[in-house]
Design a protein. Structure first.
Length: 242
């Protein structure tokens, strides 16, 4: 089976694709690819079956043999995850990718301890790409730059349904997700290790969000994101073979 690599749209010209950066290094230094080897390349809307034409220090040049439009059947779900310490954030991104979450937005809130910045976006995107390769997902999850809590509230206005995990909630999960539909644009909001302040919870409710309880135990941020995404995917009947 051909190995899969991700490139930007700008790396494609006519019937040629240039693999550069870390993908090029992985292809040449780790996999020791050679001319005439076949590779699968993904970029935005298309998957390409390619043959390696040439390799130099900076890039691998591939010839396109065929292309197929990516049919993304995943529901339009965005996970808004409060910033956490490095390895916890990376775990959340990896698992959200495996669960077919479409977009991941880190945000800062009152009780956040580890404050990431937008310089981490490129690394987070790479983690999502690696999770795609492992899981067989066709396109990586979109990773957005970190936003403030107030900026997140503005973004949430564009969503049909908003659900946030709140440790003080008594609303059972089955009640909070009962009216979700596959056609909805859905936002899932998860706090950091410190959770949400009362003021933040109030503002989320005022924005139209539904609170949800994830049980009696207090879950870590990355666990809560995994649980709430799984619950919603189950409700939308995503755990099935096509």
């Amino acid at each position: 089976m051909a190995r899969r690599f991700f490139v930007e749209k700008t790396n494609i010209k006519d019937d040629k694709i240039n693999i550069t950066g870390n993908e090029h290094l992985h292809l040449t230094k780790v996999l020791r690819a050679k001319p005439n080897d076949e590779v699968l390349i993904s970029s935005n809307e298309f998957n390409f079956v390619c043959e390696i034409e040439s390799i130099d220090k900076a890039k691998t040049v591939c010839k396109i043999l065929s292309k197929e439009k990516i049919c993304d059947t995943a529901p339009n779900i965005t996970l808004f995850q409060a910033s956490m310490k490095g390895e916890h954030m990376e775990y959340a991104i990896q698992k959200a990718t495996e669960l077919n979450v479409k977009t991941f937005v880190p945000f800062l809130s009152q009780f956040v301890v580890a404050k990431i910045d937008s310089k981490k976006t490129e690394r987070f995107q790479k983690i999502s790409q690696e999770a795609c390769k492992q899981s067989g997902r066709k396109a990586p999850m979109k990773i957005c730059d970190v936003v403030s809590f107030s900026e997140m509230l503005k973004i949430l206005k564009d969503y049909d349904k908003i659900i946030f995990a709140y440790e003080n909630s008594k609303v059972p999960a089955k009640d909070a997700i009962c009216d979700l539909k596959e056609t909805d644009k859905i936002a899932l909001v998860v706090g950091s290790e410190g959770g949400f302040s009362e003021d933040e919870a109030k503002k989320l409710l005022e924005s139209g969000a539904k609170e949800i309880s994830l049980g009696e135990n207090i879950l870590r941020g990355e666990t809560a994101g995994l649980v709430i995404a799984s619950i919603v995917m189950f409700k939308l009947d995503q755990f099935k073979k096509i």
